[in-house]
Write a protein that binds this ligand. Sequence first.
Ligand code: FSX
Ligand code: SF4
Ligand code: F3S
Length: 404
Amino acid sequence: MNDTVANQQRNTIAEQLANSGVSRRRFLQFCAALVAAAPAGLALTGQASASQVARSVGRSIRPYVIWLHLQDCTGCTESLLHASQPDVASLIFDLISLDYHETLMAASGHQAESVLEHAVAANRGNFILVVEGAIPTTDQASYMKIAGKPALDVLRHIGSQAALLIAIGSCSSWGGIAAASPNPSNAVGVSEILKDKAVISLPGCPPNPYTFLSVVLEYAAMHRLPALDAINRPKFAYDRLIHEDCPRRGHFDAGRFASIYGDEGHRQGWCLYKLGCKGPVTHAACSTRHFNDVPNAWPIGIGAPCIGCTEKSAAFQIPLFQVVDIHSITPPEALPSVELPVQKSQTAAALVVGAIAGAAATAAAVAVRRLPGRDKPAESEDLEELEKLGALEPKDTDRDSEPR
Ligand code: FSX
Ligand code: SF4
Ligand code: F3S
């Protein structure tokens, strides 16, 4: 974001990566992670190997992104920047042209406002507006102001000129925690404000960063959007219930529950339903795609019940410890054994961690449980294939020190 908007060049992602000294190996690792995180429902990754994705993404023009922070905790940004394998935080500025982001930019005050106006003017009708946080509407929308203007007006002004709107997080999707009762600021989501614009919602508090990256790169590389459900969530990430693929599901079906925190069942990794787990009513991919590439880094993986953060009717609406009704649950693809003792909160049918790209040494170690027919591992030849690409010639000054 040090470039001024005026002198930014419309370079491809491959050119930008090469300019930044990102190695081909690292880029392929990222693409392998993308394939694993968004296995189906995307033209970019659905049937593609990591090297095919690398080709498509590499040829794409970096999408212009303006990112607004409204009523939020910045957790969505934090989550994106802490994706650790293969260091998405350092790749993000090469993959997208992030022209305005209050948390990450050095500018402040009038300078920041000037950057925003220039970014909008230079890319009018051609940028992606990402909104993080809810919009307060009560009392002339005076509960949140940016540069003296109500956040509501800022969103209307910028949003009306965007090519695509992405509501990242539950707050911008429908109000999230800011809209929890009694919702004093009457916080709402982006689609309530910009009713005539298509808004893609990526709820979660925070959402998985790969979901965001998959949507943006699908748009940039394939010029299309993923299939959406009735409330505009991408189906590839929100089509199944947590409960359907939960590693504790075998314990649920066998009637083995933790009853209070720290009891024998809890320590053994049994089902958290009686602790108020909202997994049976929550659509999200957390049980198969963990956060920040760390195995078991998701609520249930660390022994905490799902609070239903991707569901408008669950998170911050149903009390944390209240159990939910079970309705027509699809049997899981595979049941973990309930006979074996659970070690360190991982069930016997532990997730197939890092089961992508052959081996952790050559691929991103995204924690992914592979579901039959829903993902495609990158082939071991991917790396060699990418070596032949030539689109990403290495520089002497490669900024990472990985061996080739
Ligand atoms: Fe926080 Fe984002 Fe939750 Fe909201 O995520 S993680 S409160 S969804 O807007 O920053
Ligand atoms: Fe997993 Fe929760 Fe379902 Fe139990 S109730 S199997 S912990 S999602
Ligand atoms: Fe949210 Fe439940 Fe996933 S609380 S992060 S949807 S496990």
